[in-house]
Ligand binder design. Sequence first.
Ligand code: UFG
Length: 328
Amino acid sequence: MKILVTGGAGYVGSHCVRALRAAGHEVVVFDNLEQGNRQAVPPEVELVRGDLLDRRVLANLFRAHQVDGVMHFAALLNVNESVSQPRRYYENNVLGTLNLVGEMMNAEVRKLVFSSSCAIYGTPLRVPIVEDMEKKPISPYGRTKWIVEMALMDLARKGELGSVALRYFNAAGAAADGSIGEARREEYHLIPVVLQVALKQRKKIQIFGTDYPTIDGTAVRDYVHVEDLAQAHLRALEQLNVGEFRAYNVGTGRGFSVRQVIEACQRVSGCRITVEETGRREGDPAELFANPANIQQELGWQPHYRELEPIVETAWNWHRTHPNGFDV
Ligand code: UFG
């Protein structure tokens, strides 16, 4: 198949581009390069630079490339920023997706894999989280993802589109061969920040909250390797039926605490990590981990990485060899 990957120069998108090509698919990337990196896209892959808010560029893209399906990653994803700049998030994530879907309809492209998030569940009543639990997102970011999922459901019901929403837990790690990885202009996610301390690019890691009702008082998350996420997208695309909407949690089903992550980073890097314990970050649930039974049974997906250390090893290998991201 020929697949359009929006946000294909970003972290998860670029790993999916590689997985698609390894599986024999042809790829075109669409990215505004605000957060993505040109170097993350292989030179043989066409990169169209543009924004989802510019419908004319999108229309031209679908005219120039007859694609069979779309993987849609292009979005803003900083939860805190979404609270201070809600309009920007609704425009980019909701309006941007509706523009994309509109132009897909015009070009009669009917298959979409959508990058959703466990943020749609908000603070869940129970863990592990199953797909049909209540959706009560607690940030504008989470709400934008849930609004898009509801729109995709309605479009599928009308027979206009087939889509799969993948609700990721915490994407982590880097390509096993060390060629691509997480490289943001400003990093705030736990593992890369801890590894920046190991590389002496930061003085310390702040632990946001040590009084959660968890094994060691720090928050627990489900870290899923980015190459496993890419395989989930591939399976979702290959098993997608037009006129159907499906949504899956993508996580390992295991939770690790902030302290466990820091310890794993310390062991893997061999560097001492200076820690400062601070108060909770607003809107952080105590414990989030997936029940991934549905994606395992229905799509046959299994995570290759189940332990924290091997995930951190791939991340460390990337950060150590690319201390300035792609600008080496
Ligand atoms: N944390 C720290 N110190 C830091 C950074 C993070 O203690 O410097 C903690 C956070 O409080 C959280 C955990 O480490 O408990 C993981 O934090 P991340 O920022 O790496 O990831 P989040 O779990 O906050 O966010 C992820 C995705 C979001 C998604 C969210 C859903 O990155 O896109 O899960 O809750 F919306």
